[in-house]
Write a protein that binds this ligand. Structure first.
Ligand code: PLP
Length: 403
């Protein structure tokens, strides 16, 4: 078997479509830059963007108002209650600034976050918890003071969440949630989101959906459009930028009006916020995805085929794994039990660490790069033959390692 290179030794020489090239050999890339490359590597839209930038643009501090309003027009399709945008560069930056907005509007310090949601490299959200829901920092270097303002809700547990909300809502500014968690993509979160929506409206707490992963790669454009449940603030990025760094804080009319009325203004600036390189890439990507109406549907269909075939194979062979999916992204969970939360997922990942390494090595020998964070993304350039190849080799690898 070909030796798996440690990830810091993997040097990709070039990339095209679904593939990266390592030492002149072609490997399936199932990560696609953590979901950024919805259209695959080096797509013609990306090339068009680079050509435009080369000929016509330089970085200037003057945002092109036309491009900005064209982007907003598309964003309103993907996030139906969008009213205005604040441009940022990374997902983490949007999280920091969205929490800032909610605190500025409420003058309250505490925030509700939800177990299993991921919000990037932000001290205020870099916590996880076990069943007792006590916040445990995921990194050293985080000030102890921060913990005092964090209240963790159990994802999809409506009853327990209500009790915690009732005890704490008077001191809280926002509820921040990844509506469908990439760490465990579960379909059945709609009721929980509906409950959070109703609760936050009643108690005047800002509801923030982090749709960094789900934005533009979901049926109807987003989780909120698909479920018809709209937050006050949405965070988006990744695929929207088409390969260049851009992220958006999308606010509804109510938040827009309340921000306008504030006596002390909220600071939103950033050197690369809304830079015209990223704006052009974002606009070209949104225009292309919007024009090609079946593009996302096709990725979703292929993701479903991959999920169904792997789950049928696993059932038939009594393998202790199950593939979970939300529309266009998938995750293999290393237990056939019905997993309900991140805590259980982590338990089985830890238990199967050695088998997962073996699985990853086998796939590497078959020229498939299994994502380090376990989230599988497919691109619009994937063919049916590609899907067959993935089904065949992932099935063999699962049987070898999880029988
Ligand atoms: C849901 C979600 N929110 C926020 C972030 C943070 O984004 P960034 O890494 O661009 O700061 C990520 C990154 O993976 C994410 O998946």
């Amino acid at each position: 078997m070909e030796k798996l290179l440690p990830s810091n030794k993997i040097i990709t020489e070039k990339a095209k479509g679904n593939f990266v090239f390592i030492k002149k050999k072609r490997y399936f890339d199932l990560s696609l830059h953590s979901g950024v490359l919805l259209l695959g590597h080096n797509h013609k839209v990306f090339q068009k963007t680079l050509n435009e930038l080369r000929k016509n643009y330089s970085l200037t501090n003057y945002q092109n108002k036309n491009i900005r309003s064209m982007i907003l027009k598309y964003i309103k399709k993907y996030f139906r209650n969008a009213y205005d945008l604040i441009f940022c560069t990374t997902g983490s930056e949007t999280v920091i600034k969205a929490i800032r907005i909610s605190r500025a509007l409420s003058n309250k310090s505490k925030i509700f976050i939800v177990n299993g949601s991921w919000h990037g490299s932000v001290d205020q959200t870099l916590y996880f918890s076990k069943e007792d829901l006590k916040p445990i920092p995921l990194s050293s270097g985080i000030s102890d003071d921060i913990k005092k303002n964090i209240i963790i809700l159990p994802y999809n547990d409506l009853e327990k969440s209500k009790k915690i909300l009732d005890r704490n809502y008077k001191d809280a500014s926002c509820i921040l949630i990844e509506p469908i968690t990439a760490s465990l993509p579960l379909e059945q979160s709609k009721n929980y989101l509906k409950f959070l929506k109703e609760y936050s409206s009643k108690k005047r707490i800002t509801l923030i959906f982090d749709e960094m992963v789900t934005g533009i790669r979901t049926t109807n454009g987003s989780v909120q459009n698909r479920f018809n449940i709209y937050p006050d603030i949405t965070l988006a990025g990744k695929a929207i930028g088409g390969g260049l760094p851009i992220s958006l804080i999308i606010i509804n009319r109510k938040i827009f009006d309340r921000i306008k009325k504030l006596k002390r203004k909220i600071f939103f600036g950033g050197t690369f916020s809304g830079n015209n390189f990223s704006l052009i890439s974002c606009l070209n990507t949104l225009a292309y995805v919007n024009k090609n109406k079946n593009l996302v549907r096709n990725i979703i269909n292929k993701s479903k085929i991959l999920q169904d075939k792997l789950n049928n194979f696993s059932n038939k062979n009594n393998l202790d794994v199950k593939v979970y999916r939300f529309d266009s992204f998938l995750r293999i969970i290393f237990s056939k039990k019905n997993i309900k939360n991140r805590i259980a997922r982590d338990f089985f990942e830890k238990k199967n660490k050695i088998r997962i390494t073996k699985f990853t090595k086998y796939l590497y020998s078959k020229k498939i790069l299994y994502p380090k964070n376990g989230i599988i993304f497919l691109s619009s350039t994937l063919t049916s033959n590609n899907v067959d190849y993935l089904v065949k080799n992932l099935s063999i690898a699962l049987k070898k390692c999880f029988k």
